[in-house]
Design a binder for this molecule. Structure first.
Ligand code: NAP
Length: 495
């Protein structure tokens, strides 16, 4: 197989849904446009609503045009798309799908390679995978891969159940669990920054780092996802997956090689080293929040409890801040603070690595308070790194001033970093599972998170809503760091 231009059939279950429209079709188009897909591919869309192939192709074309804000002049791309309407619970229809895939395999010379992408609600995952096997769609001469969207379970038990179900039909190495944060350019860059710079790795431990802060803030509320979100909340929606994955990448030991298995096994070790939080310690380590009314981007917005499909007395958290301790040699004593929430001041994902203070301040006579050195990794929307140092204030006798060394990845004209989904789809086609989550990671993450959600679900948060929309979360989130002598570094350092 030509590994750079993989050939395969991609079956998208849930092809008329939001994810397919906004992310999957535009990403497949980008790969095609960049010549990363050979002409030897076809996409089959599955959903219930009746559409002809032509109507579906038109729909795909519009989705791509809307996402890229440009018209497609060449329609050869959409000619690779086919639509096969059926209810995934209807067993008989899988046989017709099987016939279609066999025909397309011949037409496009795809060697029996198949990706089954489940862009549907998780309750269907088990049904679809078991039918794919029982009806013989997974019995192919080529490779077969399963791509699964989050959420992967609701807690450890349900995740384990789901895993057992899908493992009946797919082996672990054939399962690609999407965590789209792992497709982001700067998340992938964490590894490069750490392991290719001689100046960081020697300092990357509890002797030189005082704390690490990860913030992922959104300005949006729940939009039209109220029904899902009110049963999920920020802990399950963001912390169990994206936030813990970033912690693992920041904290892992250098892998022996940059292979999928070596990297994953180092990440799993971090997740296993997370200090477990017992029910009665939750308040000590974690803070929950829910947004009230407020002003975001100059506009008045309603509170979470007033949103569509949200219980007016909802106890669901839209904000989480937490302190994580990693009990291993490298990180003993270094808190990793995380926070994430909706309706916050600004959309931003950022990591701040705060180094310890110099052993002795020689500048105390000039009343100087030296700023700590910070390494800031900007994940989104800015992509780049900033290193905060101290320099001499020009002209003034030995006074210090903070200076910033800045590298902005997406400020350079012409550099348009690929969408996470584009990279992840391409990885999946090439059989590179490094940036997907292994079951062991999912399991360890749920085991860490479960006691927290158990406490939060069984006790009503008396102070909800406890942060104003447009703010950086409840006061208790600031207090979490203050009691350790730290503070959240602002999203914009100059504030
Ligand atoms: P969605 O907009 O609700 O789409 C669901 C799709 O499933 C539609 O195409 C629907 O089409 C189809 N469908 C529903 N029941 C069906 C059935 N019984 N048989 C066949 N098709 C059926 O959902 P989504 O937002 O795209 O999300 C899909 C998955 O991705 C979910 O697991 C979600 O958690 C995850 N996800 C989504 C996003 C996002 O940005 N949207 C982000 C992260 C993860 P018909 O009504 O025509 O059948």
């Amino acid at each position: 197989m030509n590994n750079m231009n993989p050939k395969s059939l991609i079956v998208i279950f849930g092809a008329t849904g939001d994810l397919a429209k906004r992310k999957l079709f535009p990403s497949i188009y980008q790969l095609y446009e960049k010549g990363k897909l050979s002409e030897e591919f076809a996409v089959v869309g599955v959903a219930r609503r009746p559409l002809s192939n032509d109507e579906f192709r038109n729909y795909v074309r519009q989705s791509v045009e809307n996402a890229l804000r440009q018209e497609l002049s060449d329609l050869s791309f959409v000619s690779h798309f086919y639509y096969h309407p059926f209810d995934v619970t209807d067993i008989a229809s899988y046989q017709q799908l099987k016939t279609l895939l066999a025909q397309l395999d011949e037409t496009y010379h795809t060697d029996g390679n198949r990706i089954f992408y489940l862009a549907m609600a998780p309750e269907f995952f088990g049904t679809i995978t078991s039918r794919l096997k029982s009806e013989g769609l997974t019995a192919t001469n080529g490779w077969k891969r399963l791509v699964i969207e989050k959420p992967f379970g609701h807690d450890f038990r349900s995740a384990q159940q789901l895993n057992v179900e899908i493992r009946q039909s797919f082996a672990e190495h054939e399962i690609y669990r999407i965590d789209h944060y792992l497709g982001k350019e700067m998340v992938q860059n964490i590894e490069v920054i750490r392991f290719s710079n001689a100046i960081f790795e020697p300092l990357w431990n509890n002797r030189f780092i005082s704390n690490i802060q990860i913030t992922s803030s959104e300005t949006l509320g729940v939009e039209d996802r109220g029904r899902y979100y009110d049963h999920s909340g920020a802990l399950r929606d963001m912390v169990q997956n994206h936030m813990l994955q970033m912690v693992a990448l920041l904290a892992m030991e250098p892998p022996i090689k940059l292979t999928t298995d070596d990297i994953r096994s180092e990440k799993v070790k971090v997740l296993r080293a997370l200090r477990p939080i017992s029910h009665d310690e939750v308040d000590q380590y974690f803070v929950r929040g829910q947004y009230g009314r407020g002003i975001v981007n100059g506009k008045e917005v309603i509170s979470y409890r007033e949103e569509n499909n949200v219980d007016p007395n909802s106890n669901t958290e839209t904000f989480v801040a937490g302190k994580l301790m990693i009990d291993n040699f490298r990180w003993a004593g270094v808190p990793f603070y995380i926070r994430t929430g909706k309706r916050m001041t600004e959309k931003s994902t950022k990591i701040v690595v705060q180094f310890k203070d110099v052993p002795m301040n020689l500048y105390y006579r000039t009343n100087e308070k030296i700023q700590p050195n910070l390494l800031i990794i900007h994940i989104q929307p800015d992509e780049g790194i900033t290193l905060h140092l101290n320099g001499k204030k020009s002209g003034e006798n030995m006074k210090t001033t903070p200076i910033e060394l800045d590298y902005c990845n997406n400020c350079i004209d012409g550099i348009n970093t690929p969408e996470a989904y584009e990279k992840l789809l391409y990885d999946c086609m090439r059989g590179d599972a490094t940036n997907f989550t292994h079951w062991d990671e999912v399991a360890a993450s749920w085991q860490f998170v479960d006691p927290i959600s158990e406490v939060w679900e069984s006790t009503k948060a008396a102070d909800f809503p406890n942060y104003e929309a447009g703010s950086m979360g409840p006061k208790a989130s600031d207090a979490l760091l203050e009691k350790d002598g730290f503070r959240w570094w602002p999203i914009h350092y100059h504030q």
